[in-house]
Every structure is written in C-alpha cells, then in structure tokens.
Design a binder for this molecule. Sequence first.
Ligand code: ZN
Length: 232
Amino acid sequence: MRPVLALVIVAMAMGMARASLSAAGPPDPILTVRVYQTAGLSSAIERRSLEEAARVLRPALVTVRWRWCTGPNPAPACDRPLVRAELLLRIVRRAVVHHGTAMALGTALVAPGRGVLATVYVGHIEELSTATRTDPAVLLGRATAHEIGHLLIRNAGHAPCGVMRERWTEEEVRRNHPLDWMFTAGDVVAIHRFWAQPDLPAGEPHRVADTSPSAASISFNRPSISLRRPTA
Ligand SMILES: [Zn+2]
C-alpha cells in the first residue's frame, strides 16, 4: 500500500473513532501527569520533549497537563493524593535492569485496575538519537507517549504498527515516518475506555484485543517490555 494512501486510510479511521467516541462520552478530557525528572535535562529540553508527547497523545483524544514535581518550585498539588486521570512520569538517566538482550527506552507498570507509573530512560534514548542523528527531545517525547499509552490502555501488549509497536529500529527512527508515531484507531478506542469506564476491580483480567494479537491479561507490577532496541 502506498504510504500516502495508507495515511489517508488511517486518518479516516481515526476520524471515525473520534466521531463515535465523541458521541459516547465527554470529548478531549484532560489528563494530568506529574513529572519527576532526575536525568539532568535542561528545562528547555524537558519542555520540548513533553510538548512532543502531548502532540502524539492529542489525536488519541487526550489532552495532557504536565505538573512539574521536581526542581526548585514543585507544584503544591504534587503532595496531594493521586486522583483519577492523574499519572506519574519519571524521567531518569538509566534503567536499573536491562530486559533480556535489548535496551529498553522506557517501562510502564500496568495493572488490570489501574497503572499510574511510567518511566523513560534518557541515557538509552540519547544513544539511539545519536546513532540515528535525530532529535533526542522528540524521541524522548515519543517514548513518553508510548509509556503513557500503556497506562491509558491498561495493557503491556503492543500494536503491530504505530507508536505502540514494541520495537523501534534505527531505520524506523531515522526515516521519521508519521505513521510510525501515531496511535492507531484501535489504540484510540482502547484509550478512551480509560475515560469512559470506572476503574476495574483489582485482579480482574483485562484484555484489549483490537491492537495486538498477543495482548493478554496481565498482573500487577509486571513491567512492560516496551521499546526494545535490537542490539544487533
Ligand atoms: Zn511498550
């Protein structure tokens, strides 16, 4: 399929998903994400990466409000208990554990009822951006959107294409094709369930079947194996 035609078809599918979801529930709710950045990034790079993450999430009917919880002036609300539609993002330098032989760019702790913690690893992302000669802030933002996507979909599974695919090769990062950095229509439907439904009871299996044939019920505290970068 020609790329332009594929983009049109995806855009149409996204439009259909948006139309049906808008009719079913409140449009474009605001997601608050508390940001804890200990990777030594400048505020300019951090803000640019979060702008990219918000840009990726926006077509999925999610408007993000970032709440800075580190630095000299953390938001007072950072001390309050989490409310629904509020997640945590850690931006750290390195992963403590490598998953298998691949290098993770990020992880998300996904629970059947609710997962709230996403982490992205700046060191690994910078290595990939250097190897591909791409903007590390943009790549960090895309990795952030991917991990937040796991929390919104409540599933550690991956889609075969789009921003929720599991592996990001150097060639894919380098070519910067728009379709590689979008949520699919199936992702959008799954994400909207986060907004439309109350939290599921703890321990209840939850399956999202429209994005990945390997998606399955998961257990609490299982880390995502997302964003592996091949070592070969
Ligand atoms: Zn993932």
